[in-house]
Design a protein around this ligand. Structure first.
Ligand code: NAD
Length: 300
Protein backbone atom coordinates (compact mmCIF):
# COMPACT_ATOMS: atom_id res chain seq x y z
CA UNK A 1 0.00 0.00 0.00
CA UNK A 2 1.38 3.43 -0.89
CA UNK A 3 1.85 6.04 1.78
CA UNK A 4 -0.78 8.32 0.24
CA UNK A 5 -3.31 5.47 0.36
CA UNK A 6 -2.50 4.85 4.03
CA UNK A 7 -3.11 8.52 4.79
CA UNK A 8 -6.45 8.71 2.98
CA UNK A 9 -9.62 9.50 4.85
CA UNK A 10 -13.15 8.95 3.59
CA UNK A 11 -16.71 9.42 4.76
CA UNK A 12 -18.87 6.46 3.71
CA UNK A 13 -22.65 6.85 3.59
CA UNK A 14 -24.94 3.85 3.12
CA UNK A 15 -23.93 0.66 4.93
CA UNK A 16 -26.32 -1.85 3.36
CA UNK A 17 -25.59 -5.12 1.57
CA UNK A 18 -22.88 -3.51 -0.57
CA UNK A 19 -21.77 -0.49 1.41
CA UNK A 20 -20.94 -2.39 4.59
CA UNK A 21 -18.44 -4.59 2.75
CA UNK A 22 -17.00 -1.70 0.73
CA UNK A 23 -16.45 0.41 3.85
CA UNK A 24 -14.78 -2.56 5.54
CA UNK A 25 -12.42 -2.95 2.59
CA UNK A 26 -11.45 0.72 2.79
CA UNK A 27 -10.66 0.16 6.47
CA UNK A 28 -8.67 -2.99 5.63
CA UNK A 29 -6.65 -0.91 3.14
CA UNK A 30 -5.55 1.29 6.05
CA UNK A 31 -7.86 4.23 5.42
CA UNK A 32 -9.57 6.29 8.08
CA UNK A 33 -13.29 5.80 7.51
CA UNK A 34 -16.21 7.76 8.97
CA UNK A 35 -19.51 5.96 8.47
CA UNK A 36 -23.15 7.00 8.39
CA UNK A 37 -26.42 5.21 7.70
CA UNK A 38 -29.98 5.96 8.79
CA UNK A 39 -29.84 2.52 10.46
CA UNK A 40 -27.89 3.26 13.62
CA UNK A 41 -27.09 -0.42 14.20
CA UNK A 42 -25.16 -0.52 10.90
CA UNK A 43 -23.07 2.47 12.03
CA UNK A 44 -22.38 0.98 15.45
CA UNK A 45 -21.32 -2.35 13.99
CA UNK A 46 -18.57 -0.71 11.91
CA UNK A 47 -17.64 1.65 14.74
CA UNK A 48 -16.89 -1.43 16.85
CA UNK A 49 -14.43 -2.43 14.12
CA UNK A 50 -12.64 0.94 14.11
CA UNK A 51 -14.69 3.33 11.98
CA UNK A 52 -15.74 6.77 13.22
CA UNK A 53 -19.48 6.64 14.02
CA UNK A 54 -20.87 9.79 12.42
CA UNK A 55 -24.15 11.45 13.34
CA UNK A 56 -24.90 12.55 9.76
CA UNK A 57 -23.57 12.26 6.22
CA UNK A 58 -21.88 15.66 6.59
CA UNK A 59 -20.32 14.60 9.89
CA UNK A 60 -18.92 11.42 8.27
CA UNK A 61 -17.28 13.43 5.49
CA UNK A 62 -16.33 16.72 7.15
CA UNK A 63 -12.58 16.21 7.57
CA UNK A 64 -12.18 13.57 4.86
CA UNK A 65 -10.51 13.61 1.45
CA UNK A 66 -13.76 12.39 -0.09
CA UNK A 67 -17.32 11.28 0.62
CA UNK A 68 -18.64 8.04 -0.90
CA UNK A 69 -22.37 7.34 -1.15
CA UNK A 70 -23.80 3.82 -1.64
CA UNK A 71 -27.56 4.35 -1.40
CA UNK A 72 -30.60 2.65 -2.94
CA UNK A 73 -31.92 5.09 -5.54
CA UNK A 74 -31.73 8.53 -7.16
CA UNK A 75 -33.88 10.38 -4.56
CA UNK A 76 -31.76 8.96 -1.72
CA UNK A 77 -28.53 10.23 -3.29
CA UNK A 78 -30.11 13.59 -4.12
CA UNK A 79 -31.28 13.95 -0.51
CA UNK A 80 -27.83 13.19 0.89
CA UNK A 81 -25.98 15.38 -1.64
CA UNK A 82 -28.41 18.25 -2.26
CA UNK A 83 -30.46 18.26 0.97
CA UNK A 84 -30.38 21.21 3.38
CA UNK A 85 -27.76 19.56 5.59
CA UNK A 86 -26.26 17.53 2.73
CA UNK A 87 -22.81 17.09 1.28
CA UNK A 88 -22.99 19.97 -1.20
CA UNK A 89 -23.68 22.42 1.64
CA UNK A 90 -21.13 20.66 3.88
CA UNK A 91 -18.50 19.22 1.53
CA UNK A 92 -15.59 17.06 2.64
CA UNK A 93 -12.27 18.84 3.14
CA UNK A 94 -10.98 17.25 -0.10
CA UNK A 95 -14.02 18.58 -2.04
CA UNK A 96 -14.62 15.23 -3.78
CA UNK A 97 -17.97 13.38 -3.87
CA UNK A 98 -18.10 9.84 -5.25
CA UNK A 99 -21.49 8.20 -5.77
CA UNK A 100 -21.25 4.43 -6.20
CA UNK A 101 -25.02 3.76 -6.12
CA UNK A 102 -26.90 2.93 -9.32
CA UNK A 103 -28.97 6.01 -10.19
CA UNK A 104 -30.24 7.91 -13.24
CA UNK A 105 -27.41 9.22 -15.47
CA UNK A 106 -29.31 12.50 -15.90
CA UNK A 107 -29.35 12.99 -12.10
CA UNK A 108 -25.63 12.24 -11.92
CA UNK A 109 -24.93 14.89 -14.56
CA UNK A 110 -27.16 17.38 -12.72
CA UNK A 111 -25.34 16.83 -9.42
CA UNK A 112 -21.98 17.01 -11.20
CA UNK A 113 -22.91 20.45 -12.57
CA UNK A 114 -24.19 21.69 -9.21
CA UNK A 115 -21.00 20.50 -7.51
CA UNK A 116 -18.74 21.95 -10.22
CA UNK A 117 -20.40 25.35 -9.73
CA UNK A 118 -19.09 25.28 -6.15
CA UNK A 119 -15.64 23.90 -6.96
CA UNK A 120 -16.47 20.38 -5.87
CA UNK A 121 -15.67 17.30 -7.98
CA UNK A 122 -18.42 14.69 -8.42
CA UNK A 123 -17.69 11.22 -9.80
CA UNK A 124 -20.43 8.71 -10.66
CA UNK A 125 -18.89 5.28 -10.06
CA UNK A 126 -21.47 2.49 -9.92
CA UNK A 127 -20.33 -1.08 -9.44
CA UNK A 128 -20.93 -4.60 -10.67
CA UNK A 129 -20.03 -7.85 -8.91
CA UNK A 130 -22.69 -8.12 -6.22
CA UNK A 131 -22.23 -8.78 -2.51
CA UNK A 132 -19.47 -11.35 -3.24
CA UNK A 133 -17.48 -8.82 -5.26
CA UNK A 134 -18.06 -6.21 -2.55
CA UNK A 135 -16.83 -8.60 0.16
CA UNK A 136 -13.77 -9.77 -1.78
CA UNK A 137 -12.86 -6.27 -3.06
CA UNK A 138 -13.19 -7.54 -6.63
CA UNK A 139 -15.88 -5.14 -7.85
CA UNK A 140 -15.97 -3.82 -11.38
CA UNK A 141 -16.14 -0.03 -11.07
CA UNK A 142 -17.20 2.17 -14.02
CA UNK A 143 -16.54 5.84 -13.41
CA UNK A 144 -17.73 9.04 -15.06
CA UNK A 145 -16.33 12.49 -14.36
CA UNK A 146 -13.18 14.48 -15.00
CA UNK A 147 -9.92 12.56 -15.50
CA UNK A 148 -8.40 14.48 -12.60
CA UNK A 149 -11.21 13.52 -10.20
CA UNK A 150 -10.96 9.90 -11.34
CA UNK A 151 -7.21 9.85 -10.60
CA UNK A 152 -7.83 11.34 -7.15
CA UNK A 153 -10.51 8.72 -6.43
CA UNK A 154 -8.38 5.81 -7.67
CA UNK A 155 -6.89 4.76 -4.29
CA UNK A 156 -10.42 4.36 -2.93
CA UNK A 157 -11.55 2.40 -5.99
CA UNK A 158 -8.53 0.10 -5.81
CA UNK A 159 -9.38 -0.78 -2.22
CA UNK A 160 -12.83 -1.98 -3.33
CA UNK A 161 -12.45 -3.33 -6.85
CA UNK A 162 -10.16 -4.97 -9.37
CA UNK A 163 -11.51 -3.72 -12.72
CA UNK A 164 -11.61 0.05 -12.43
CA UNK A 165 -12.24 2.09 -15.58
CA UNK A 166 -12.76 5.75 -16.35
CA UNK A 167 -15.51 5.42 -18.99
CA UNK A 168 -16.04 9.09 -19.80
CA UNK A 169 -17.57 12.35 -18.65
CA UNK A 170 -20.13 12.78 -15.89
CA UNK A 171 -23.01 10.28 -16.17
CA UNK A 172 -21.03 7.83 -18.33
CA UNK A 173 -20.46 5.50 -15.37
CA UNK A 174 -24.21 5.27 -14.75
CA UNK A 175 -24.92 4.71 -18.45
CA UNK A 176 -22.44 1.82 -18.62
CA UNK A 177 -23.99 0.38 -15.45
CA UNK A 178 -27.48 0.53 -17.00
CA UNK A 179 -26.14 -1.36 -20.05
CA UNK A 180 -24.77 -3.95 -17.61
CA UNK A 181 -28.14 -4.22 -15.86
CA UNK A 182 -30.18 -4.68 -19.02
CA UNK A 183 -27.91 -7.57 -20.02
CA UNK A 184 -28.18 -9.08 -16.52
CA UNK A 185 -31.99 -8.78 -16.46
CA UNK A 186 -32.45 -10.33 -19.88
CA UNK A 187 -29.95 -13.06 -19.02
CA UNK A 188 -31.86 -13.92 -15.80
CA UNK A 189 -35.07 -14.10 -17.82
CA UNK A 190 -33.43 -16.36 -20.42
CA UNK A 191 -32.26 -18.74 -17.69
CA UNK A 192 -35.78 -18.82 -16.20
CA UNK A 193 -37.17 -19.75 -19.62
CA UNK A 194 -34.61 -22.53 -20.15
CA UNK A 195 -35.34 -23.97 -16.69
CA UNK A 196 -39.11 -23.73 -17.24
CA UNK A 197 -38.82 -25.58 -20.56
CA UNK A 198 -36.41 -28.15 -19.13
CA UNK A 199 -38.65 -28.76 -16.10
CA UNK A 200 -41.79 -29.20 -18.20
CA UNK A 201 -39.86 -31.61 -20.44
CA UNK A 202 -38.78 -33.72 -17.49
CA UNK A 203 -35.01 -33.23 -17.66
CA UNK A 204 -32.87 -33.04 -14.53
CA UNK A 205 -32.40 -29.30 -13.92
CA UNK A 206 -29.14 -29.61 -11.99
CA UNK A 207 -27.62 -31.61 -14.82
CA UNK A 208 -29.09 -29.22 -17.38
CA UNK A 209 -27.35 -26.32 -15.65
CA UNK A 210 -24.04 -28.19 -15.37
CA UNK A 211 -24.08 -29.00 -19.08
CA UNK A 212 -25.01 -25.44 -20.06
CA UNK A 213 -22.22 -24.07 -17.86
CA UNK A 214 -19.74 -25.97 -20.03
CA UNK A 215 -20.98 -24.44 -23.27
CA UNK A 216 -21.74 -21.14 -24.92
CA UNK A 217 -24.84 -20.46 -22.76
CA UNK A 218 -22.66 -20.16 -19.64
CA UNK A 219 -22.87 -16.87 -17.75
CA UNK A 220 -22.32 -15.30 -14.33
CA UNK A 221 -26.08 -15.52 -13.74
CA UNK A 222 -26.18 -19.17 -14.77
CA UNK A 223 -23.29 -19.84 -12.41
CA UNK A 224 -24.50 -17.86 -9.40
CA UNK A 225 -28.31 -17.67 -9.64
CA UNK A 226 -29.49 -20.83 -11.43
CA UNK A 227 -28.65 -23.16 -8.47
CA UNK A 228 -30.86 -21.04 -6.19
CA UNK A 229 -33.64 -21.03 -8.81
CA UNK A 230 -33.51 -24.83 -8.99
CA UNK A 231 -33.44 -25.22 -5.20
CA UNK A 232 -36.16 -22.61 -4.63
CA UNK A 233 -33.90 -20.47 -2.41
CA UNK A 234 -34.98 -16.85 -2.59
CA UNK A 235 -32.78 -15.08 -0.01
CA UNK A 236 -31.39 -11.90 -1.48
CA UNK A 237 -27.99 -10.86 -2.52
CA UNK A 238 -29.21 -8.43 -5.18
CA UNK A 239 -32.90 -7.77 -4.58
CA UNK A 240 -35.75 -7.92 -7.12
CA UNK A 241 -36.85 -4.38 -6.15
CA UNK A 242 -33.38 -2.95 -6.83
CA UNK A 243 -33.23 -4.65 -10.24
CA UNK A 244 -36.68 -3.29 -11.08
CA UNK A 245 -35.35 0.17 -10.12
CA UNK A 246 -32.43 -0.34 -12.53
CA UNK A 247 -34.64 -1.62 -15.35
CA UNK A 248 -36.91 1.41 -14.91
CA UNK A 249 -33.82 3.64 -15.22
CA UNK A 250 -32.95 1.76 -18.43
CA UNK A 251 -36.47 2.40 -19.77
CA UNK A 252 -36.37 6.10 -18.84
CA UNK A 253 -33.03 6.62 -20.57
CA UNK A 254 -34.15 4.65 -23.64
CA UNK A 255 -37.40 6.62 -23.93
CA UNK A 256 -35.56 9.94 -23.54
CA UNK A 257 -33.20 8.97 -26.39
CA UNK A 258 -35.82 7.22 -28.59
CA UNK A 259 -34.01 3.88 -28.43
CA UNK A 260 -36.36 0.89 -28.69
CA UNK A 261 -35.39 -1.86 -26.22
CA UNK A 262 -38.07 -4.55 -26.65
CA UNK A 263 -36.36 -7.28 -24.62
CA UNK A 264 -35.68 -4.88 -21.73
CA UNK A 265 -39.36 -3.78 -21.78
CA UNK A 266 -40.51 -7.40 -21.53
CA UNK A 267 -38.25 -8.29 -18.62
CA UNK A 268 -39.18 -5.03 -16.83
CA UNK A 269 -42.81 -6.15 -16.91
CA UNK A 270 -41.85 -9.52 -15.48
CA UNK A 271 -40.05 -7.79 -12.61
CA UNK A 272 -43.21 -5.71 -12.05
CA UNK A 273 -45.16 -8.99 -11.87
CA UNK A 274 -42.64 -10.36 -9.33
CA UNK A 275 -42.91 -7.26 -7.13
CA UNK A 276 -46.73 -7.32 -7.37
CA UNK A 277 -46.56 -10.87 -5.99
CA UNK A 278 -44.51 -9.78 -2.96
CA UNK A 279 -41.07 -10.79 -4.23
CA UNK A 280 -39.44 -7.33 -3.95
CA UNK A 281 -37.17 -8.19 -1.01
CA UNK A 282 -36.18 -11.57 -2.48
CA UNK A 283 -33.12 -12.17 -4.63
CA UNK A 284 -33.20 -11.97 -8.43
CA UNK A 285 -33.44 -15.76 -8.72
CA UNK A 286 -37.06 -15.36 -7.51
CA UNK A 287 -37.92 -14.17 -11.03
CA UNK A 288 -38.32 -17.90 -11.67
CA UNK A 289 -41.52 -17.76 -9.61
CA UNK A 290 -43.10 -15.71 -12.42
CA UNK A 291 -42.48 -18.77 -14.61
CA UNK A 292 -43.86 -21.04 -11.88
CA UNK A 293 -47.11 -19.12 -12.07
CA UNK A 294 -47.17 -19.06 -15.87
CA UNK A 295 -46.59 -22.82 -15.96
CA UNK A 296 -48.80 -23.61 -12.91
CA UNK A 297 -45.85 -24.91 -10.85
CA UNK A 298 -45.76 -24.51 -7.09
CA UNK A 299 -42.46 -26.16 -6.30
CA UNK A 300 -40.22 -23.06 -6.24
P1 NAD B 1 -29.25 -1.71 0.53
O1 NAD B 1 -30.68 -1.34 0.50
O2 NAD B 1 -28.86 -3.03 1.13
O3 NAD B 1 -28.40 -0.58 1.31
C1 NAD B 1 -28.67 0.79 1.22
C2 NAD B 1 -28.32 1.43 2.56
O4 NAD B 1 -28.53 2.84 2.47
C3 NAD B 1 -29.20 0.92 3.71
O5 NAD B 1 -28.37 0.49 4.78
C4 NAD B 1 -30.04 2.13 4.09
O6 NAD B 1 -30.37 2.18 5.47
C5 NAD B 1 -29.11 3.27 3.70
N1 NAD B 1 -29.78 4.54 3.47
C6 NAD B 1 -30.90 4.79 2.75
N2 NAD B 1 -31.17 6.11 2.75
C7 NAD B 1 -30.18 6.71 3.48
C8 NAD B 1 -29.89 8.05 3.82
N3 NAD B 1 -30.67 9.07 3.42
N4 NAD B 1 -28.79 8.32 4.57
C9 NAD B 1 -27.99 7.30 4.99
N5 NAD B 1 -28.22 6.00 4.70
C10 NAD B 1 -29.30 5.71 3.94
O7 NAD B 1 -28.74 -1.61 -0.97
P2 NAD B 1 -27.44 -2.30 -1.62
O8 NAD B 1 -27.80 -3.66 -2.09
O9 NAD B 1 -26.27 -2.11 -0.72
O10 NAD B 1 -27.29 -1.40 -2.94
C11 NAD B 1 -26.82 -0.06 -2.88
C12 NAD B 1 -26.73 0.47 -4.30
O11 NAD B 1 -25.82 -0.35 -5.04
C13 NAD B 1 -28.04 0.45 -5.09
O12 NAD B 1 -28.11 1.56 -5.93
C14 NAD B 1 -27.95 -0.84 -5.88
O13 NAD B 1 -28.74 -0.80 -7.06
C15 NAD B 1 -26.46 -0.91 -6.18
N6 NAD B 1 -25.92 -2.26 -6.38
C16 NAD B 1 -26.32 -3.30 -5.60
C17 NAD B 1 -25.79 -4.57 -5.82
C18 NAD B 1 -26.22 -5.77 -5.00
O14 NAD B 1 -25.92 -6.91 -5.42
N7 NAD B 1 -26.87 -5.61 -3.86
C19 NAD B 1 -24.84 -4.77 -6.83
C20 NAD B 1 -24.42 -3.67 -7.58
C21 NAD B 1 -24.97 -2.42 -7.35
Amino acid sequence: MSQSTALSTVGFIGLGTMGREMALNLMKAGMTVGVFDVRREAVEELAALGAYAASSAADAARSADAAITMLPNTPDVEAVVLGEHGLLANPPAGRLLIDMSTIAPVAARRMHAQCAAQGIEYVDAPVSGGPIGAKNATLTIMAGGTAQAFETALPFFKAMGTTVTHVGASGAGQTVKLCNQLICGINIQAICEALALGRASGVDLKQLREVLMGGSAASWMMDKLAPAMIDGEVAAGFRIDLMLKDLRLVQEQAHALNVPLPASSLVTNQYLDAVAHGEGRNGNQALFRVYDRMTAQTSC
